[in-house]
Write a protein that binds this ligand. Structure first.
Ligand code: SF4
Ligand code: SF4
Length: 434
């Protein structure tokens, strides 16, 4: 058993965590819906290509979308049924994506991979690729690629921080599925050829800290409750003391960070021969009758989830996919569970600010709160004036879109949206050679 305190990080903010709404609610398996809408773009990179046709009968965990390139991921059916449509759907996130629609026929069957041939790194990575596993903390980067760095790494860091307010799915998994996480972590370490394994857990999760303290080969690092502790760079600094320089990646300092749900998916792919077909997420906020932590089949409509949680109560003024800091606001409820979903929040007036932004008063609070030491007010101003060259000069591309700058801005400026826009424009300009 090895437990130590994490290195203090002087920047970042303290947010009201609201986790009490369902932190002590065990994960419940939601029954499979009548229909699933499975997106072919649930990851970073090229969309998967449908390999089924309308009218086909499919079985749970059958391949329905094939990866299309190096950075892509396979997609599997989450239920047994008949493919009724393959169509582009504009969801409540405002994005148009190809979905395979499957009508449930009630069969209780599933398809498994063969037993893994050996536990060589190459074989483990290949199984992870086949199973369609991507970073399930939200990033969606294909895990097989992340586990195949071009340089030798020395430390595997497991992200048990879950610093986003309201969300409890990682916490529940850490105390309910500790052994699955442990076994998945060991396979990830085998794939990387790494011996040093650290799990970083925020101090407000004592049961999770205790659960992992029984393993001799994982070091538990207790992190201060601070936002954004779960960001890769901050997690690496607080758990290992290593600084990931601006513009560099964790592998540049010998580290690989993996999320809790991702390592569980790895365990299921290697030991249980299962492709990824479900996820665990938190449904919370004062606008939903019963906040819950749910295991859900991928492709489940949000409207079914709302019904399962007892419906909406009071006046929900904002629906968010993910946490309130880094999640995305949604227009309505036309949304379908994806591999990377960590939660849905239904926030009432008292939980969110709807105030209109006013002029910046140059108070400097946003710069003081920025964990990346940026000057958000300047980047925003350049972005709004279309001066993307200066936005880049002021470090827009180093912004991790954590929302700390906007959290306490007295003028309620939409800093993250402006910086995110600048980042997209800068990327576009570079792509076009400007
Ligand atoms: S916190 Fe808001 S008002 Fe203060 S400097 Fe930053 S953008 Fe301006
Ligand atoms: S500028 Fe970016 S990194 Fe800095 S606080 Fe704002 S969102 Fe976070």
């Amino acid at each position: 058993m090895s437990i130590r305190k994490g290195k203090p990080y002087p920047y970042g903010i303290h947010v009201k965590d609201m986790k009490e709404l369902c932190a002590e609610s065990p994960i419940i398996k939601m029954p499979a819906p009548k229909k699933v809408y499975i997106s072919m773009s649930q990851h970073i990179g090229a969309p998967a290509i449908p390999v089924v046709n309308v009218g086909d009968k499919v079985t749970k965990r059958q391949l329905i979308g094939k990866e299309s390139g190096m950075i892509s991921a396979n997609v599997f059916s989450s239920i047994c049924g008949t493919v009724t449509a393959i169509e582009d759907i504009v969801t409540a996130s405002g994005l148009k994506m190809k979905h395979v629609v499957i009508e449930n026929d009630g069969r209780d069957e599933e398809i498994f991979f063969d037993n893994i041939a050996d536990f060589e790194p190459k074989t483990i990575i290949e199984r992870i690729r086949l199973a369609g596993i991507v970073g399930l903390g939200g990033a969606g980067f294909p895990t097989a690629v992340k586990l195949s760095p071009s340089t030798k790494l020395d430390t595997l860091v497991i992200n048990g921080a879950e610093c986003e307010p309201y969300l409890n799915c990682d916490y529940r998994l850490m105390i309910e599925n500790t052994e699955d996480i442990y076994r998945g972590v060991k396979y990830a370490a085998m794939a990387l050829g790494i011996k040093k394994i650290i799990i970083g857990i925020e101090a407000n999760k004592p049961k999770a800290i205790e659960a992992f303290s029984k393993y001799d080969d994982i070091e538990v690092v207790v992190l201060k409750k601070q936002y954004p502790m779960g960001s890769e760079k901050h997690l690496i600094y607080c758990t290992t003391g290593k600084k990931v320089p601006c513009g560099k990646m964790p592998f540049d300092v010998g580290c690989c960070v993996q999320n809790i749900k991702t390592v569980i998916a790895i365990k299921h792919a290697i030991e249980d021969n299962k492709a990824l077909s479900s996820t665990v997420l938190t449904v919370s906020g004062k606008g939903i009758k019963t906040p819950m932590n749910l295991r859900i089949q991928i492709g489940t409509p949000l409207e079914d989830i709302i019904e399962f949680c007892g419906g909406l109560v009071g006046e929900t003024v904002k629906i968010i996919s993910g946490g309130p800091m880094m999640g995305k606001g949604m227009i309505g409820t036309k949304s379908f569970t994806r591999k990377t979903n960590s939660g849905y929040l239904f926030l009432t007036k008292e939980e969110t600010s709807l105030e209109e932004p006013t002029n910046c008063i140059n108070c400097g609070v946003c710069a003081k709160n920025c964990p990346m030491r940026l000057m958000p007010m300047y980047i925003e101003s350049y972005a709004l004036n279309g001066d993307y060259a200066n936005a880049e000069k002021y470090g827009a591309m180093n912004c991790i879109e954590c929302g700390s700058c906007a959290y306490n801005c007295p003028a309620k400026r939409s800093l993250v949206q402006s910086i995110s826009l600048a980042k997209n424009k800068i990327k576009e300009m570079k792509k076009n050679g400007r």
